[in-house]
Design a protein around this ligand. Structure first.
Ligand code: G6P
Ligand code: MG
Length: 214
């Protein structure tokens, strides 16, 4: 029986995926190359430093660990500049309504995000109060598809992994949920998120009935 819902943040609750893409592209362009939206799919759900390593590899650019830290910080400065301007109007369609519905139906809720900026974003968009637990990149070290972030979420909620449903827009995130023995609802394209138990275009398509039928 499902007892808890764990939500990814970027691309599920709020459309920061476009800001990540913009900031990473700016960095790549500065280093003399570019990458496509299709390549960007591989970065979704991946931690800041792991994302940078993948991007540098695409551009066949070699950097020392120290240089990589600097580049990751630079990207984050640009990214934070963009998310600082976010307001509740940036919440993705149906996200707030679905969160309220699951809570009204006595399910527990947790955030399960790789982002170290998640608290700032949740405060900006005014959704902090809808989560019983927050697990993000400040609490875990293993990047999705490792299930760590979701397993810690289940632990903080005091439920078993098998009692959790994860909502994810990233291929790596869906894989992490499945690796953690959880149900996964993909947010986006069914063709891309084919490992999920159910795929919807956005949380506006989710209902309590669909949740219970998983
Ligand atoms: C999310 C996003 C990734 C991002 C990661 C780390 O998982 O989907 O694109 O790289 O968080 O975010 P941060 O805000 O810590 O750089
Ligand atoms: Mg995401």
């Amino acid at each position: 029986k499902i007892k808890a819902c764990i939500f990814d943040l970027d691309g599920v609750i709020v459309d920061t995926a476009v800001y990540h893409y913009e900031a990473w592209r700016r960095l790549a362009n500065q280093l003399g190359f570019d990458f496509t939206e299709e390549q960007n799919e591989q970065l979704k759900g991946i931690s800041r430093i792991e994302s940078l390593k993948i991007i540098l590899n695409w551009g066949t650019v070699a950097k020392t660990d120290e240089e990589m830290q600097e580049l990751a910080t630079l990207k984050n400065t640009w990214y934070v500049e963009m998310i600082k301007k976010m307001t509740p109007s940036d919440i993705l369609p149906g996200a707030k309504e679905f969160l309220e519905a699951v809570r009204a139906n006595k399910y527990l809720t947790a955030l399960g995000s790789a982002s170290k900026n998640s608290e700032m974003i949740l405060k900006q968009i005014g959704l902090m109060h809808l989560f019983d637990a927050l697990v993000d990149g400040n609490k875990v070290t293993k990047s999705k598809p490792n299930p760590e972030v979701f397993l810690v979420g289940a632990k903080e909620l005091n439920v078993n992994p098998g009692e959790c449903v994860v909502f994810e827009d990233a291929i790596a995130g869906v894989q992490a949920a499945k690796a953690g023995n959880m149900k996964a609802v993909g947010i986006g394209e069914a063709a891309i998120l084919n490992e999920a138990d159910l795929v919807v275009k956005g949380l506006f398509e989710m209902t309590i009935e669909k949740l219970e039928n998983l």
